[in-house]
Design a protein around this ligand. Structure first.
Ligand SMILES: Cc1cc2nc3c(=O)[nH]c(=O)nc-3n(C[C@H](O)[C@H](O)[C@H](O)COP(=O)(O)O)c2cc1C
Length: 324
């Protein structure tokens, strides 16, 4: 079965195809987003979350907000809970070229929530409203939100997320992503897709993007079928299978071991363009290891990675994998 392909819009921006690479902290930086664009099948990428506090204090390097033309449209995601700082940070991301500004209302990490940001905003709808309103007022580009199902199960049971949906409409967001786990769940249990369906049924003026536990192309298809969501966002599955978006669009799309290794080499090249060699090697050790999962001698390669410190050696090891 093929994906029921239809585009949707975030404000005036057409998301084509309606498949989105999820924001992943310390992963979806510029080289990763460019790599995933080159693989194809993605209609929108989202930056890793950027702390609005770090941005306004100039503690976040401007080059980390770089967007290249080949990866548009690209949303920049902010995390914070001070409306004035979020507004200033939003203006900075817009000036840096963000096509969309997204606000994080989902991060469950205690270092984010203890200050009141991420999923902690779901406990204070008035503060959440002030934050979103401040961003909407500050920028011309569309503003979106990514939220969880609630802080905990009791908030989810009270269906408070529906109050948030209405509030977002009043404030004027242009799309909402729902990852239907509660903050208490962290990444445990299953994402409850019935909440995505309820959000779609609520008939909001903005599109709903479903997210959570899409592991295969068939899952993406099933999410659209079961929930009616306008777009599908994929996170963790794209780390071991960056081709998942292509597979959603082209049934029967397969990937050879040589393609996996070539992608690793290409991604390493992209990392070296903006990071110094030591940082690039460090990053490829983490991420390249995921791409080589399942290939012959991949486990041996990942063990070898621990002892590699130089770019040339790493490329040689990768090329050698192809001839084994
Ligand atoms: C390592 C990691 C980092 C993440 N970083 C972010 C982030 O910066 N911003 C955000 O909104 N969500 C973040 N998330 C959540 C994902 O975007 C996504 O909502 C979640 O992984 C569920 O989707 P999946 O099942 O397709 O992975 C992160 C998740 C993981 C595993």
């Amino acid at each position: 079965m093929t994906f029921p392909y239809s585009t949707f819009q975030i404000g005036s921006i057409v998301i084509d195809p309606p498949l989105i690479m999820a924001p992943l902290h310390e992963i979806t930086d510029q080289p990763f987003r460019q790599m995933i664009r080159e693989v194809g099948g993605v209609g929108l990428t989202v930056s890793e979350m950027i702390s609005s506090e770090a941005l306004v204090r100039h503690a976040w390097k401007a080059e980390r907000m770089m967007i290249t033309e080949g990866e548009r449209p690209c949303a920049m995601q902010l995390a914070g809970c001070d409306p004035a700082h979020l507004a200033e940070a939003a203006r900075m991301t817009e000036a840096a070229g963000a096509d969309i500004v997204d606000l994080n209302m989902g991060c469950p990490a205690s270092n984010v929530t203890k200050g009141g940001a991420g999923s902690a905003l779901l406990r204070d709808i008035r503060l959440a409203e002030a934050c979103v309103a401040a961003i909407v007022k500050a920028v011309k580009v569309p503003v979106t939100v990514k939220m969880r199902a609630g802080w905990d199960n009791s908030q989810k049971e009270r269906a408070e997320y529906l109050d948030f949906l209405k509030m977002f409409e009043t404030v004027g967001i242009q799309a909402l992503t729902i990852h239907p786990r509660t903050r208490s769940q962290q990444y445990q249990g299953r994402a409850d897709w019935s909440l995505i369906a309820k959000a779609v049924a609520a008939g909001t003026s903005y599109p709903i993007i479903g997210n959570g536990d899409v592991v295969t192309a068939e899952d993406a298809l099933r999410m659209v079928r079961e929930t009616g969501c306008h777009g599908v966002m994929i996170g963790r599955a794209a780390l071991t299978n960056p081709w998942i978006f292509r597979q959603v669009l082209e049934s029967g799309f397969t990937v050879t071991e040589a393609q996996r290794i070539d992608l690793c080499v290409r991604f390493f090249g992209l990392l070296l363009e903006i990071l110094d060699e030591r940082e690039a090697v460090h990053k490829i050790k983490k991420i390249g290891g995921w791409f080589t999962k399942g290939i012959r001698n991949g486990a041996h390669f990942r063990q070898r990675l621990n002892h590699i410190h130089e770019a040339d050696e790493l490329i040689r090891e990768l090329e050698a994998l192809k001839s084994l």
